[in-house]
Design a protein around this ligand. Sequence first.
Ligand code: PBG
Length: 333
Amino acid sequence: MIEQRFPATRLRRNRMRAFARGLTAENRLAPADLIQPLFVAEGDLTGPAPGMPGIARREIPALCEECARVHALGIPAVAIFPVIPAEQKNAGGDAALDPRGLIPRAIAAVKQAVPELGVIVDIALDPFTDHGHDGVLRADGSIDNDATVEILTRQAVLYARAGADVVAPSDMMDGRVGALRSALERDGRVDTVILSYAAKYASGFYGPFRDAVGSRTALIGDKRSYQMDPANGDEALRGVGRDIAEGADWVMVKPGMPYLDIVARAKAEFGVPVAAYQVSGEFAMLEAAAAAGALDRKRTILESLLCFRRAGADMILSYFAAEVAAWLHEEGA
Ligand code: PBG
């Protein structure tokens, strides 16, 4: 360790003027780092997402317009989530495999409207199951891992055929990344990116999202038999390593802000592209604190996202993405 003597070392010299702060800044946030999550819905289910101020659930044409706007702001990709009517949900999540379903139609429409924009879709059953779980259940109510993986591979191939650039298994079953990779290869989809939700925690921060897609009231029990315990870090790294070995191109840590240690460890240990998801509860928390006058909204949102970059995230999913990209353009970033 170099000895840092006062006054030879005054760390404040670098902080004194804007030019020096700019030159010595170690990280920057850019629109190119951001991914915008978007909800797609039809009929009665369109409109504001409950619990998420300013977030809309859009019909496919409005979704395409929003995607064009997001793309024009320099955001490289969107993650599209479906809101499925309760009457189309069942225990097997069959609507996930409907080739005329909401997600395949949304993917095709967005790829046609904005071909350069990357389209990411979740691979999981929770928007489609009447019990709200990410997989199918055995008679005793437990999640059947291998039967679920079998369905997820068909869902992934269907979405890749519809034009999805990135499939993002968010279910946390074991073996699904390898199964998806083999199925995509067999189908000739050799360029489809797999973004594995490798370190996805059983978190209370998903509440507003579950309200938005209608899976909260439906959910029977909790997801702790497949999503990770917030107490664990080493286990997340094992999951990341395993998913890379099975063929994941990018790995995700989720939620974001309380889990930046996992982002930093995954990046340092594996050197792969790491995504982090600032989830719905983090969004709602910042909005509520800003609305209450406790936080400077713009400043804290920008700070929260910059800190993901410092931790090592290459890409950040955030409901603030489009607004932040517009701010960054105003500042000439
Ligand atoms: C579905 C899924 C969830 C989120 C993204 N994909 C919810 C869950 O696992 O219950 C949450 C995203 C957010 O809270 O913004 N598997």
